[in-house]
Design a protein around this ligand. Structure first.
Ligand SMILES: [Zn+2]
Length: 176
């Protein structure tokens, strides 16, 4: 089991050393992400490598693995969503640098010396969440929906039974 990721890093310094950091981050620490999730319990495993390419562009290459719970859009019950994502970010300091950036790189603007690891991981996780989460097995969703509707169906039947039967009055007349 790996330990927690550092909170704040110096990407320039880490790139000089061609360093790689890896560790865990709790879901709870990422508020924006938690707003999209059913539960804030759990953690993510991530690793980040720091380097410079041939044109001296500072790069962060990373992977994130996590299991989160979202709301199934079919049955509205929690659904487990596996996230396994890889990314390459080009750290830039201004919009001008973004314009010069090679195609294929995702720009990450950083105007301070330090980078909060949480911010990078949270952004990437938000990008990798499915637009509409749903259980793989639609039959399971339908079963849940049916189970949820059951009390309402029973109620409708009960109301129907309570209604006086117009023929009951007729029957009464006949016997008299
Ligand atoms: Zn479902």
């Amino acid at each position: 089991m790996s330990g927690p990721l550092p909170v704040k890093i110096d990407p320039l310094h880490l790139a000089q050393q061609s360093a790689c950091i890896s560790g865990t981050l709790t879901l709870r620490s990422m508020e924006r992400l938690c707003q999209c999730l059913v539960s804030s319990e759990g953690q993510v495993e991530a690793s980040l490598s720091f380097s410079r390419d041939a044109s001296r562009q500072l790069l962060i290459t990373g992977t994130i693995v996590a299991m989160v719970q979202m709301t199934c859009q079919r049955c509205l019950q929690p659904v487990d969503v596996d996230i396994d994502t890889a990314f390459t970010l080009a750290i830039i300091s201004s919009e001008e640098a973004a314009a010069r950036l090679q195609e294929g790189y995702e720009a990450y603007e950083l105007d301070t010396e330090y980078l909060f690891v949480k911010d990078v991981i949270e952004d990437e996780l938000l990008l990798s969440l499915p637009m509409a989460a749903a259980h793989e097995d639609q039959v399971a969703c339908d079963a849940v929906m049916l189970e949820r509707l059951k009390p309402e169906i029973l109620e409708i039947e009960a109301v129907a039974e309570e209604k006086p039967n117009p023929f009951a009055a007729l029957k009464q007349l006949k016997t008299d």
